[in-house]
Design a protein around this ligand. Sequence first.
Ligand code: FA5
Length: 341
Amino acid sequence: MLESLDTIKKLALSELQKASDMEALSLWHSTHLGKRSQLIKSLRNLGNMAPKDRPIIGKHANEIRNTLEEAYKERISHLSKVMQSASNKDMSLDVTLPGRPLNRGRLHIATQTLRRIYTIWADMGFQIYRSREVETDELNFELLNIPLHHPARDMWDTFHTNSPGVILRTHTSPGQIHAMRANAPEPIRVILPGMCYRYEQITTRSEIQFNQVEGLAIGTNIRFTDLKGTLSNFARRMFGTSARTRFRASHFPFTEPSAEMDVECFLCSGDGCGVCKNTGWLEILGCGMVHPTVLNNGGYAPSKYTGFAFGMGPERIAMLQYDIDDIRHFWGNDLRFLEQF
Ligand code: FA5
């Protein structure tokens, strides 16, 4: 009996050395020291042995149990140390390594362009006036001299809300009425920037959502020459002193007379290319003298007051300046595009 207990001990100790993780150790413990292990069964079986053998075998079996428990604890402590030092090695910090570069954010290209436009107009004495993006049909169209069924509405189809007559503005021009009504009869010099929405075919030059910067100057004795001079000055500041501009007659229901301003094509310097459709010129804004009906709607008597207004597209201006071939890049959120500016 004593020999078989020694064999159990020898086998248990040799298997203990093979247990190399906590799971294996736990399995070892239940196999060799658990209730169903051979050693514990031998101890339980002592009552069936001859009385003279019991103390000798019992003592020996208990000694073996203590030895195995001790060896088990030692093995646990040894393995814990090994695992701890391995994980310390993994997590060690090499302070001599260069730091990881931080990703720095930047302003969106449209915001950068808007801010340049704001600075130029601020230098010329124009304040920023914020106006709402969700507008009424009345302000977006009717008070701007575009009654229901006016053909100009076709150019400015938009998105409608569930409330009748409440739409997303198609241009920043309704802000003219807000600014006039808030200031009449004081003189006004404001720019009105913000998002506009149009339900139209998306192309490389037209989005359904885009920024505009409206401008409005109202006072006494403001003439078309003031409009021309001020906008030409803006173009020189925005595009450089050598930038040539031209005004073309146009039509907007809320201005009379109306015009569009073109800048000489940057790419071909006026020779004609694909970007300027071989005209040598690129349109950047619509403008005109504020229509008497609109002055009236804003609270200014047309017999006494005159004014000019304009509306430009910052994304189109940025496209010209940076040679961007597709307006859809602006809101596509592709970092490869955005990181270039
Ligand atoms: C207007 O929206 C007039 N409200 C401008 C105006 C204001 C005229 C005050 C007279 C007095 P137009 O639809 O042409 O006009 O738009 C003006 C500018 O907005 C364009 O020159 C262009 O730069 C930009 N724009 C117009 N539609 C889009 C579009 N779908 N995507 C991007 N930019 C656009």
